[in-house]
Unconditional design. Structure first.
Length: 199
């Protein structure tokens, strides 16, 4: 990006062409409602590049991707892991309806308050912290689901809970990953039932 921006843009443009063809294929054969296109642009601490570099090299292509989604009648959702709240306005400008999977390292509450009427944050689960680890207890996992729903769901706008225990494909303990994700699903169902009982 720094040394060969033109070549980088050409590569990213080719990848965008490919993703748009995938989008059209999925719309034609599966009639999808939404399309989450993946471009991780950050670590847990910050963007891989400056916001200015993102805007120069990546934003135009993400806008092209979002525009193609809307043209196909599909809702565009940008996926990126890591701390990317510095470019949330750019994601909105590009035409995305949401960001998946927003991680706890971001200012989720601040973004919901500022952008919740026009943009949806999907995620919140602290997948990099103790609840997301294979060593997490059932109580830790369930408490994290409740934290997310209570903290981010209270605004009544701009947020969809999403979370999971993620492990590498060579993980030695897939059963623990499976169990952890079942705890997440079950706890979310319990919260939903509790809220329905109150209404």
């Amino acid at each position: 990006m720094a040394l060969e921006p033109e070549a980088t843009f050409e590569l990213l443009e080719a990848l965008t062409d490919y993703k748009i063809e995938m989008l059209k294929h999925y719309k034609k054969y599966y009639n999808i409602d939404a399309f989450a296109y993946h471009d991780d642009v950050a670590t847990e601490r910050d963007l891989f590049m400056s916001p200015e570099t993102y805007r120069a090299l990546i934003k135009p292509l993400h806008k092209r991707m979002a525009d193609a989604c809307w043209e196909e009648g599909v809702i565009p959702i940008q996926h990126t892991c890591g701390k990317s709240d510095a470019i949330v306005q750019d994601m909105i400008d590009e035409g995305n309806a949401g960001w998946n999977a927003v991680q706890a390292t971001n200012d989720i509450e601040g973004m919901i308050e500022k952008h919740g009427d026009e943009f949806t944050l999907i995620g919140g689960f602290n997948s990099n912290g103790p609840p997301g680890q294979l060593t997490a207890t059932e109580d830790e996992v369930r408490a994290e689901v409740r934290r997310c729903v209570n903290t981010y769901g209270k605004y009544g706008k701009g947020y969809i809970f999403s979370g999971g225990i993620v492990a590498s494909i060579d993980e030695e303990n897939p059963t623990q990953v499976y169990k952890g994700n079942l705890w997440i699903i079950d706890e979310f169902k319990k919260i939903r039932a509790e809220n329905e009982a109150l209404s």
